[in-house]
Design a protein around this ligand. Sequence first.
Ligand code: HAM
Length: 417
Amino acid sequence: MNDILPQQSPAWQQVEAVLRQVAASYGYEEIRMPIVESTDLFKRSIGEVTDIVEKEMYTFDDRNGDSLTLRPEGTASCVRAGNEHGLLYNQTQRLWYMGPMFRHERPQKGRYRQFHQFGLEAFGLPDADIDAEIILLTARLWREFGIADQVELQLNSLASNEARATYRDALRTYLSQHEEVLDEDSKRRLQSNPLRILDSKNPDMQAILVNAPQLSEYWDDESREHFSQLCKRLDTAGIKYTLNERLVRGLDYYNRTVFEWVTTELGAQGTVCAGGRYDGLVEQLGGKATPAVGFAMGLERLVLLLESQNKIKSQASADVYVALMGEAAELAGVDVAERLRSELPNVRVLMHCGGGNMKKQMKKADKSGAAVAVIIGDSELENSSYTVKPLRDQTGQKSVSWQQLVEYLTATIAEKS
Ligand code: HAM
C-alpha cells in the first residue's frame, strides 16, 4: 500500500480531472459506494473459484461477527447499490466511480494491495451500441491523455452462458488429454474454471493451447450478431482492435463483450483498463434482470504510463510569493495575502512565514516555484505600493499600485491557468 506524496499528487489531480470531465461529457453520473461490503457480495458476483475470492480479499469479522471485505473492485458494489436504491429496474443508468480497491496480491510495479480504479457502468441497455459507446469513451481518454499510440484494444466475446458452458466442456475434454503436462495451476483449474487456463502466462500452457478448441466456434447466433454489431461500430469510428480469443477475464460475471486496453510500456502489468458485459449480475444479486456493461481502469498504471511518456505537467505549489521585510510589513502582509486570495481565487498565494532577510526570503520564493514575488517593506507601506519581482524571467522588478498589482497578476497568472 502506498502513500501518494505531494510531488505526485498533481499527476493524480490532472488524471482525475480529465476522467471526471470526459465521463460527464458522455452524460455519466458519479456514484460513491462504501469501501467495505459484506463478503458474500463478492463471493456471489466475482465467483468462488477466482483468484480474487480464493486468495486476494481482505476479509474480517466485525464486532457482530459479520464477515466483511474491503472491496476488491467496484462493479459488485455498484450493482448492490443500484438494486438497494431502485436505480436499475426499468431504467437506464450511466454511472462512474473512483476510489481505492484492495487485493492481497504480490506487490510489484503496477500491482499494489491498495490501488485505485476509475470505473464506469451502464445499466439497462442490451445492444452493442452502448458497448461501443464506452469503448469510444475510453479511446477519447487516451487521446486526451496523449497516449493513444501506447495502448492497444483487445476484444473478445464470451457469448451466452449456455454457449460458454458447452465450450468449457470441450476445452476440459481437450486439456484432460494433456493433463500430465499441465502445470499445477492449470491442473487445479481444469475442473473448477478451465477457461482461466486460456490466459495462463506459462509458455508451455500456451503451446498446449495452440490446438485447443476455439471459443468463437461455440458462439451462439445472437452473441455472434451482437459482437459483429460492436465491431461494425468500432470500424465506423476508426477504433482499431485485435480479436483475442484467449481473453476471458478473471471475474466470473461476464458474458458477451469483454475487452482490455493493454500497453507494452509497463512490463508485466500492462492492462490499463478492462471490462465487459455482465447481463446476469443484477438478477443474480437479487434485482430484476437488467443488462449491463462497464469497465475499470487502474489509476496507478495510468499515472505510470503518463509519467513514462512525459505527459504529466509539472506543477509548482504556488504562483505568488509574498515576501515581507521588517516587523511592520509582517503585520500588514497577512492582509495583503488575504486580499489577493479574495481578488484572485485561482491564484495560489504563499505568504512568507518565519522572518529573515531578503536573500533568505527570495531563496524560499524561488524554491516554491512561484512565478512572481510581491515584496512589501517599510517604503512600500509608506507609499501604499507593492514591489513586483518576476522570478522566472529577467524583466526586472517594479513598483505598482494595488490596482496595477491585481491587473498584472491577472494577466500573467490568472488568465494563463
Ligand atoms: P479488473 O480487470 O479486475 O476488472 O481490474 C480492472 C483494472 O484495475 C485492471 O486492468 C488494472 O488496470 C487495475 N488493477 C487491478 N488490480 C490491480 C492491482 N492489484 N494493482 C493495480 N491495479 C490493479 C474489474 O475490476 C472490473 N470490476 C471491471 C469492470 C467494471 N467490468 C465491468 N465493469
